[in-house]
Structure formats: C-alpha cells, structure tokens
Design a protein. Structure first.
Length: 638
C-alpha cells in the first residue's frame, strides 16, 4: 500500500476512535453554570402587571427569551427565612428547621425567641451540596448563607453587625486650631467634631475642617475635610457642601463604614450632618478575598433608612439614593465574583421590594392613613423598587456567557394589612399566659405563648405540662382563636384608629365593611400533631421539627400579628405583610429562567419554591440529596 494512503487511513481511524483533545476542552468550558437571584417580596401579579405596562423591560426580555411560570407557591408560613430555606434546599420548614423568621428555642426558657437569620439550615443547601460535588460556589447576602452560622460557599458575603444606628447631628463650628492642610480658605478656618457612638470603638471622634474656597468676597464655606487627627492626609475624605460622602471605619481588625451628607448654610450658622448607620459585612473566602472586595467596592452600605425618611432627616430622593447604593453594591460584588472567580453556582439577594412594600403598600381603604392621594404616591414608591430590581436583572443578563443559566425568583409576595392582632394578649385574658410584676412571661405558670412574625404566629405550650394538661390547653387555644371576634363596643374605637378625626358618619359607614371582611381574624390553625404544616407538597405526619410550635396560627387577609402584650387589635404598624396563606394571589412569588437548557418564549404552569433546588441540581448535573420534596421543572427544560 502506498505510504501516503496508509497515513490517511490511520488519521481517519484515529479521528473516529480518539476524538480531538479540543472536544474534551469544549465540554469542560461548556459545563452549565447557574446564577440565581432572589428578589424578596416580589409579587407575581404585580410583576406581570408592570411588565405588561412596559415598566420592567429587562424582565420582559427575560420572559421573551426564556421561561416564565404562571406563579410560584411558597411554603407555610410564607415568611422570608422559611421560604428562602425552601428555595435553597428543596425541603419544607419541618425539615430545614426554618419554621418562621423567629421561633421559640426548645432548649431555652419559654420567652426566649431565636432569629432565623443567624441559624444554620438543618438540611444541606445548594451551595454546600454543589461544593461537596466539586463545584465552585458563591453566595451574596442570600438568607441562610450566613458564613458564621453554617456551611459556607467558597465565596461568601453576608450582613455583618451594625456598629451604630443612623442619626441627624447638629454641628457646632468654631475657630480651627492645629490643623495641617494645603488648601487656602478665603474665610477663617472653622472646625466641628462628629462623635461616633460605635459598639466596636467607644468615644471615636472625627474632626471636620470647613474651608471657603470661593474667592468672591463673601463668606461661603463650601469645602470640608474629615480627619481623625486634624491633618489633611491623602486618605482623608473631602466633600463639598450638600454632597454625599463616605467614611470607612476600622476597629479590632474589622471594617465598617457610613455615608453622610452635610446640611449647612454658607455661613455655618445652621449646620447638621445626616449619617447612615455604620455597617459591616461578613466576607469569607480564600486568603486576600476580603481585602480584595473591600479595596474594590468599599464597605457594605446601609440597606435603607426608612426612619430617617419618616423623620424628615432626608428627602425621598436621598432615601432612594441610599437604597440604590446598597443594591448596586450587592450586584456589583456578585457580578465581580462571577467574572473573576467563575463559580458554577452564584446565588444573590436584594430586599428592596420587600422593604418598600412593608412600609408603603397602601391600597386598602381600611389601612391607617389611607387616602386616594396617599395611595397613588405610595404606589410610585413600590414601582420604584420593582424598577430597581429590573435594573439588576438587566445588569446580570449583560454579564451572561453562553453556558450561563439565570433564574430569577422570589420568596413570597406581599399583601396590604390594616390591623395588628396580639395573640399573647388574648392568651393572657384567657388565663393561658401569666406575667410577673414586671410584665414578663412567667415561665412556671404560663401554659401557652405566641411568637409572632408577619401574619403568622407559632403557639408554644409549656413543656412541663402533663399530657392531659397539654390536650386541654390545646383545645382552649384552638377554641379561643377560631371563635374570636372584635366586640361591638370596640368596633368604632378601632375604626377611629384608622380614620383619625373623621366624622362619625364616615366611621359608621365603614363598620359594616370592616366586619364583613373580619368574620374570622385568625384564619388557619394547624395543629403540630395532625398537620405539621400544609405546604405545596404534604409533609409526612412524623416530620415534626423541635422549632415548630404546637399550633401554627395564620391571620386572615388584612391582618398581621405581634408578640407584645398590647391591645388585642390595633391599627397595623406596617402597611404590607406576608406569612399568611400562600394560596392567596398577593402572596404568590415569581419564577423566570433563561439559558441554554431552558426553552425560549415558554410559559409553564404554577410551580412551588420547592421545585427550584431540584432544577438547579439537574442543571449542574450533580446528585440531588434524598430529602428533596420538590420536582425538576421538566416542562421548562429544552
């Protein structure tokens, strides 16, 4: 045989039997990656309405190029910690231990509640399982991913401590002494002292030097140097009047910081400084990772400051600038990690929709402060938060590569509330809860106590009760809450709490409307022994987590709950709430997905938040743990 033809034959045989090394490399490069964003409190119905009106162009594009679910049903109770635990693990509250945002620790005395946001999940979350299977993982602010509380991702960023609350402080400027600086001032130098009441570093002071740099023959202090040692060092912060500035703070080797704005007149006769909370972040990863993020993006800014807005320390514009700054920081950090470290799984979170809705969801005439004018103004606040989230989606879509999958989800929706109920007050009136002479729960003599969060409350029975006593107390609790009504003599009093000084005719005209909607205030009673929590997929009878209350109490539409011993019912302290029956459309969440494994321009039926984790396991092509209660969204996959 001709040698030339022999080599050709060998070449073709080799090509068939031994595919080129480039093929293997392509397979590695094309391994699926997943980015999952959770927008806390994003309502399915409201999101779709905004999309239809053209207000959310990036989510509209996401729907056009990918999959959108009719809606997403969350777990019961429909609260942030339980719902995010379900998203992250694919398991129900009775499995994850996240039975509420707050619960009674079974190992502690009766009145000692635990916060879910500082506790580990009892079932392994996506980032832990993916990491175990050789994937690189990253979490940014995702509830349940606190690196100090549980299994962390390879790259983890979470909320740290608040070193000091926000404030509006008056400044007293006087003649400056002993300053070293390089800039000239056309008016006498003046200084003021800003005192920071930090938890980490007591008696910390920052000196503020005021300069007049405008040579116009007038007193016009317009430039300010912030220094810890009265020396204008390169690291010192310099701002102009009425402009935002930021100052990092360090103590005990930890970093934090705050943003501020001086509010002054040119002569410094009236001078004050608004300062945000001093906030820090928990950052865990390989050596140098924390320093890298802090160097590139600075300290984590405060999430919001509703208190300052309501006290009129800041304008609505300034309030939105604060919140936007936080969202930008979280998004920029997340996408930087994505670009630089290329995690197979990135999960990040923003809370602005939830926060705005809690404070400004004013759509029900029975809500405190309702008027058509106020309602329209508040709707713009809510819309702004959705648009802010839409920008996050757009920025993330721009960062996607060919192998990237994007899942946009939420944990629950939000509904307007008008009344806050106090189950502990009713338990006390019924003799089931006892207090000492200081008003604290008497551990020994109380039979039941409620730990409330949003529109849900866990009822815990005293563990020292005998079986017979516990059965009797359970029956008393169920009868108390299933039959409770507002007494007629309280009707007008309660309504005046909403309507203020409105005329009697207006109050009386609302009574029938109010009562009709309040036939049953406490709408659902789930006994732990009989129905350990109705969720999207029914729990097994034997699945009872120690964190669960003996009875789960859910408020009817329009009602939230509190743990304090206040009036049994009073005007709601928040305008939006969740935690109630997740079947209600206002509490349904969203699900959108895009990427090479998803169909395009495709609509699927309702899903549950428990279906998200199984689908991510499928995308990452790693084994799913056996505790999953959801299902892979096969209809969404191409």
């Amino acid at each position: 045989m001709n040698k030339y033809y022999f080599y050709i034959i060998i070449f073709f045989i080799g090509a068939i039997v031994f595919p080129s090394s480039g093929y293997a490399e392509d397979r590695v490069e094309q391994e699926n990656k997943v980015v999952l964003i959770s927008f806390d409190g994003m309502r399915n119905d409201l999101t779709k309405e905004y999309v239809k009106k053209g207000k959310l162009p990036h989510i509209k594009a996401l729907m056009k190029n990918g999959v959108a679910a009719k809606d997403s049903k969350t777990v019961t109770p429909s609260l942030t910690a339980p719902s995010h635990a379900a998203i992250a693990s694919g398991a129900a509250p009775s499995e994850t231990g996240m039975v509420s945002n707050k619960w009674q620790d079974p190992q502690k005395e009766l009145a000692n509640g635990e916060s879910a946001f500082h506790q580990p999940l009892d079932k392994s979350p996506l980032w832990a399982e993916a990491k175990k299977n050789g994937k690189t993982t990253a979490t940014v602010l995702f509830p349940g991913s606190n690196p100090s509380a549980g299994t962390q991702a390879d790259y983890a960023v979470y909320y740290g401590e608040t070193w000091a609350e926000s404030s509006l402080d008056k400044l007293q400027f006087k003649k400056a002494e002993s300053w070293k600086h390089t800039e000239s001032s056309f008016s006498p130098l003046k200084e003021a002292i800003l005192k920071l009441p930090l938890k980490k570093a007591k008696n910390k002071e920052i000196y503020i030097l005021a300069l007049d740099t405008s040579d116009d023959g007038k007193t016009n202090y317009n430039r300010f140097i912030f220094s810890e040692n009265r020396s204008a060092d390169p690291k010192d912060v310099i701002v102009n009047a009425n402009e935002w500035g930021s100052i990092p703070v360090e103590a005990d080797g930890e970093s934090a910081g705050f943003w501020f704005k001086l509010k002054i007149d040119p002569g410094l006769e009236k001078a004050s400084i608004y300062r945000t909370s001093v906030t820090s972040a928990l950052i865990e990863g390989p050596d140098g990772f924390e320093e890298e993020l802090l160097s590139k993006f600075g300290f984590i800014p405060v999430q919001d400051d509703t208190k300052a807005f309501e006290k009129k320390w800041i304008t609505r514009e300034e309030y939105e600038e604060i919140s936007s700054r936080f969202v930008s920081w979280a998004t920029d950090v997340s996408l930087y990690i994505k670009e630089e470290y290329q995690p197979d799984l990135l999960m990040f979170y923003t809370p602005q929709i939830d926060h705005e809705s809690h404070h400004f969801l004013l759509t029900d005439p029975r809500q405190p402060g309702y008027s058509e004018e106020n309602s329209q103004k508040h709707k713009k606040y809510i819309e702004w938060a959705y648009k802010l989230s839409d920008n996050v989606v757009g920025q993330t879509m721009d960062s996607l590569n060919g192998e990237d999958h994007l899942l946009v989800v939420s944990d629950h929706g939000m509904e307007p509330v008008h009344t806050i109920l106090a189950p502990n007050t009713l338990l006390k009136e019924a003799g089931l809860l006892k207090t000492d002479n200081k008003g604290k729960v008497d551990e020994e003599y109380s039979k039941a106590m409620a730990v409330a969060s949003g529109s849900a409350a866990q009822i815990y029975l005293n563990e020292n009760l005998t079986k017979k006593e516990k059965e009797k107390a359970t029956d008393q609790v169920e009868k108390l809450f299933s039959e409770y009504k507002i007494k007629p003599e309280f009707q007008t009093k309660v309504l005046k709490g909403y309507l203020g000084e409105a005329g009697d005719s207006i109050v009386q005209g609302q009574v029938s409307h109010f009562n009709q909607a309040a036939k049953q205030f406490f709408h659902y009673l789930f006994r732990k022994e009989e129905k350990p929590y109705q969720i999207a997929y029914g729990n097994k009878k034997e699945n009872k987590h120690p964190n669960q209350g003996d009875i789960l109490l859910l408020g009817s539409r329009g009602y939230m709950m509190g743990s304090s011993l206040t009036s049994p019912h009073m005007p709601a302290i928040e305008l939006g709430s969740h935690g109630g029956n997740p079947d209600r459309k206002e509490l349904r969440a969203v699900f959108f997905a895009h990427g090479p494994s998803f169909k395009k321009e495709h609509r699927i039926s309702s899903i549950t938040t428990l279906d998200i984790a199984p689908t991510v396991y499928k995308l990452l092509d790693i084994p799913a743990p056996d505790f999953l209660e959801g299902e892979v969204l096969k209809d969404a996959l191409d």
